[in-house]
Design a protein around this ligand. Structure first.
Ligand SMILES: [Mn+2]
Length: 384
C-alpha cells in the first residue's frame, strides 16, 4: 500500500505572479505524480494555502486538482498549518472539508486523539499548529502513553517526547527542510520540506521542493523523496565590500552573459558600499534586461547591503524602544523633511507595524495603510 506525504505548499504565497503560478503548478505536478504512483491516500501536514482565505482563482485550481485525485479513489487528509489556520474556523480548509474534497484529521474527543479510518485500514490523526506556539499546549493536553524522560530534539521547538508513541509514521510539517529518521519506540518521522520554496533564501538553498511517497507492505515501511522541479534556478551573490561601483557593474553584466533562458534568477548583493548610494546599483534596469532576454523570473535581495554612512551605529543595550530612539537620533538630519523628523518616524513605524485584521481584504488593508501614511506625511493635497 502506497501513500504520499506533502507539506507546506503555501498556495497563493509569493508576491511575484510568475512564482505564484509556479507554486500552483508544483502542487499540480505533485498530485499528478501521486496519481501515477497509484497512492491510496495523500497526507498534507499543514499550510496547504498561504492564508486562511486565499484568492478565489487559487481555490478553484486547487479544488479542481483535488477532485482529480478523488476521482482516482485517492483520499486527501489534511491538517491546517500556522498559515491556513484561523481561530474562528473561517478557513478554506473548512470549506473544502464540507465539500468532501478533503478530510481534516485534527480531531479530539475528551482530550484524546480521534482517528480517521482510511479504506486501506490505515488510522490517521493530526495535531495542528497555531499561531503563537499554541501547538505545544495541544500536545501536552493529550492522553499519551507515558514516555521516557529522554529528550530527543527533533527540530526547533519540537521534541520527540511530545509525540505519542507507537505509530508507524509521523508526517511532520512546518519547518521547511527535508528530514527522515527512524526512532525506536516511535517509527519513521519525516519532514518533506516546502513543496515549492517559500522565499528568496529557500529558492537559493533548495531550488525546488518535493514530497514523500511511502510504501507499506508486510509490516515494512519504506520512503522515497520525490522531487518536484519545473524550472531551473541560477543564483548569484555579489559581495560589494571590496568593489567599486564600476566593478559591481561588471559583476552584474556577467549575469547577462549566462544562459538565463526560462530560469529563475536570484541575485543577492551584500556588504558595505564604500562610495555612493544603494540606488547607484542599477538593479531594476538589470532585471528588465534579464526579463527581456527570457529569464522566467528575477529575484533580488539587498537586505544585507548597506552604505558607509548607515553602517556605524553604536547600540549597547536597552529595550526595543531605546534602540529605536537611538537609531532614529543617529540618522536624524540625513534626509531633509519639513516635519518633526523624530515624531514622524515614530508615527510611521507605528502605522506600518499594523497587521491586517481577520476578514479584512488585502486591498482594504492596503488602502487604509496608504491613507494613514499620506495623512501622517501631510501629503493629502499633493497625493491625488
Ligand atoms: Mn510552512
Amino acid at each position: 500500500m502506497k501513500f504520499a506525504h506533502l507539506s507546506d505548499i503555501h498556495i497563493g504565497g509569493w508576491r511575484e505572479e510568475q512564482l505564484k503560478q509556479l507554486n500552483l503548478q508544483s502542487f499540480k505536478l505533485a498530485i499528478d505524480k501521486c496519481i501515477q504512483n497509484r497512492v491510496a491516500f495523500i497526507l498534507i501536514s499543514g499550510d496547504l494555502f498561504d492564508t486562511a482565505l486565499p484568492p478565489i482563482e487559487f481555490i478553484r485550481e486547487v479544488s479542481e486538482k483535488l477532485k482529480e485525485a478523488k476521482e482516482q479513489n485517492i483520499d486527501i487528509y489534511v491538517i491546517p498549518g500556522s498559515h491556513d489556520f484561523s481561530p474562528s474556523n473561517k478557513t478554506m480548509i473548512d470549506v473544502l472539508e464540507k465539500t468532501g474534497l478533503i478530510d481534516n484529521v485534527c480531531k479530539f474527543e475528551n482530550d484524546t486523539l480521534k482517528f480517521t479510518h482510511d479504506k486501506t485500514g490505515a488510522k490517521i490523526t493530526g495535531l495542528f499548529g497555531k499561531r503563537g506556539g499554541l501547538e505545544k499546549f495541544d500536545y501536552e493536553r493529550l492522553n499519551k502513553i507515558p514516555l521516557k524522560p529522554k529528550d530527543l530534539e527533533l527540530v526547533e521547538g519540537c521534541s520527540i517526547k511530545d509525540l505519542p508513541k507507537n505509530f508507524n509514521y509521523y508526517a511532520g510539517g512546518h519547518p521547511h527542510f527535508v528530514y527522515a529518521k527512524e526512532f525506536k519506540d516511535y517509527g519513521l518521522i519525516t519532514y518533506p520540506g516546502a513543496l515549492f520554496p517559500n522565499n528568496f533564501k529557500e529558492v537559493e538553498k533548495f531550488n525546488h521542493g518535493g514530497f514523500y511517497i511511502l510504501d507499506y507492505s508486510n509490516g515494512n515501511l519504506t520512503h522515497e523523496w520525490i522531487d518536484v522541479k519545473i524550472k531551473n534556478v541560477l543564483s548569484f551573490h555579489i559581495d560589494v565590500n571590496k568593489n567599486s561601483l564600476n566593478q559591481i557593474e561588471k559583476e552584474l553584466e556577467k549575469i547577462e552573459s549566462e544562459n538565463i533562458e526560462d530560469k529563475i534568477i536570484t541575485i543577492r548583493i551584500s556588504g558595505t558600499l564604500e562610495n555612493g548610494k544603494i540606488s547607484d546599483i542599477k538593479l531594476r534596469e538589470l532585471t528588465e534586461r534579464l526579463m527581456e532576454k527570457g529569464a522566467y523570473c528575477v529575484l533580488k535581495n539587498t537586505a544585507k547591503l548597506t552604505t558607509k554612512e548607515f553602517e556605524e551605529l553604536n547600540i549597547d543595550s536597552g529595550n526595543v524602544d531605546d534602540i529605536e530612539d537611538k537609531i532614529i537620533n543617529e540618522h536624524k538630519g540625513q534626509i531633509k523633511i519639513p516635519l518633526d523628523e523624530e515624531k514622524t518616524t515614530h508615527s510611521l513605524m507605528r502605522l506600518l507595524a499594523q497587521e491586517k485584521m481577520e476578514g479584512e481584504k488585502t486591498f482594504e488593508f492596503e488602502q487604509k495603510l496608504v491613507k494613514s501614511v499620506i495623512k501622517e506625511l501631510k501629503l493629502e493635497d499633493s497625493w491625488k
